[in-house]
Design a protein around this ligand. Sequence first.
Ligand SMILES: [Zn+2]
Length: 153
Amino acid sequence: MAYKLTFELVPEECWRANLRALLTQTEWDIVRKDAYKRSGYRCSKCGTKGRLEAHEVWRYDDEKASQTLVDVTALCSACHKVVHISRTYLVGEGEAAEEHFKMVNGCSQADFHAELRRVNEEYRRRNEVEGWTTDMSWLVKKYNIGLEKPKKI
Ligand SMILES: [Zn+2]
């Protein structure tokens, strides 16, 4: 089943492709503020108004071992914690994230566990693959922000 809000586990090899660290503060502000504007200043998953966070959305091609940036979206803190569930468990906020997942998706605890198992399995498979490539051309197309030269934070 496809859930409105789910977990997005980035393969370990791709962790260095962190937009926030690759862009200058000014560039990151352009990207993140545009994401908030495009979602009408609401969380793109649950519709909550208020403080928003920017989330990088990647598409994976498992056969080509490529990771492509396809969007940066606005998320409320609760949804963002669901998306990054592993990190959320580590900081001891897993239970609240489980509740939020069930509420937004209108599903049961069993559904939650089944989806988490599915995504963890996908993550395990992707971590066995070496040589992931990262495509961030979305940034150039949308904002004319290039990443040819290394950027400092
Ligand atoms: Zn939300």
